[in-house]
Design a protein around this ligand. Structure first.
Ligand SMILES: Nc1ncnc2c1ncn2[C@@H]1O[C@H](COP(=O)(O)OP(=O)(O)OP(=O)(O)O)[C@@H](O)[C@H]1O
Length: 256
């Protein structure tokens, strides 16, 4: 059954063409990594790109982009941080006292912040706004689906036993909210041996192709575990990395 909701008004100084949700059925699959990879690739193609870090209690986007300062606001509106590559970023980490300050807010407060990230943040002109959701199908994804005009979602997963059930949950939630699924990206698909080039399936054999076929979805990428990516993310220079493994995702995004 599809559920319809009143959307939150976009900030008066923003014009956002496409809102893309990035979701995962469970944590620890590198969803923020995939979000940032797509954002960086689209930015390199010349698009105006924003990332809304809706993973309120576990924000990791600013660090990947080397952003440590505070967002600037005037009490009514707030400006996103601008990364060195021009990507505009809003995250709760730009609002709390220190990066180590935990967010211990109840659900309705968290939901309110997500809505404010849409209505009070002066995003300006954006071609693609990526919304990095917290894992699972809880409060925040529900708020984002209800309140923002999400045009499509990308489901991020990793190869493991539970994957079918997890992907289906995210897929079914999107269906209930009337949001199309653009496809699935598998992260940590394999580790490439730096010496012999052999692909090692760290988390077991992938079943992503069967699952995608079952749900009539496209596999938009299979990303290896590559220490160079982790290093760039830790150094706050994620945007410098090229990621050829998400080429299909970029193609799909350009077609919407
Ligand atoms: N394919 C990969 N290769 C190397 N490092 C990766 C890869 N995917 C993610 N990482 C690194 O792993 C760390 C955690 O990733 P990330 O923050 O995206 O997600 P997570 O904490 O696993 O959870 P979630 O899925 O909830 O976002 C980061 O330092 C990131 O750079």
């Amino acid at each position: 059954m599809a559920i319809k909701f009143q959307k939150e008004p976009m900030n008066a100084h923003s014009s956002i063409k496409h809102v893309i949700g990035v979701v995962s059925g469970k944590g620890g699959v590198g969803k923020s990594f995939v979000t940032a990879s797509m954002a960086a690739a689209m930015r390199k193609k010349g698009y105006e790109v924003g990332i809304m870090d809706a993973d309120i209690t576990g924000p990791s986007i600013p660090k990947m982009y080397g952003i440590h300062g505070k967002a600037v606001g005037d009490g009514k509106e707030i400006l996103p941080a601008v990364a060195e590559d021009g990507t505009r970023i809003m995250s709760v980490n730009l609002l709390v006292d220190t990066e180590e300050t935990p967010v211990v807010w109840r659900g309705p407060v968290v939901a309110g912040v997500v809505k404010q990230f849409w209505s009070d943040v002066v995003w300006g002109d954006i071609d693609y706004l990526f919304v990095d959701m917290p894992p699972g199908t809880g409060d925040v994804p529900l708020t984002v689906f209800q309140s923002l005009p999400v045009e499509g979602i990308i489901i991020v997963t990793s190869p493991q036993e539970l994957v079918q059930m997890i992907v289906k949950k995210a897929y079914n939630m999107a269906g209930m909210m009337n949001v199309p699924v653009l496809g699935i990206v598998e992260n940590y698909s394999y580790l490439k041996c730096p010496d012999c080039g052999k692909e090692i399936s760290l988390f077991g054999e992938s079943h992503i192709d069967e699952i995608a076929a079952d749900l009539d979805l496209s596999v938009l990428g299979k990303l290896p575990l590559d220490p160079a990516y982790a290093k760039a993310a830790d150094a706050g220079q994620f945007y410098t990395m090229d990621n050829p493994y998400i080429a299909k995702a970029i193609e799909a995004l350009e077609q919407i």
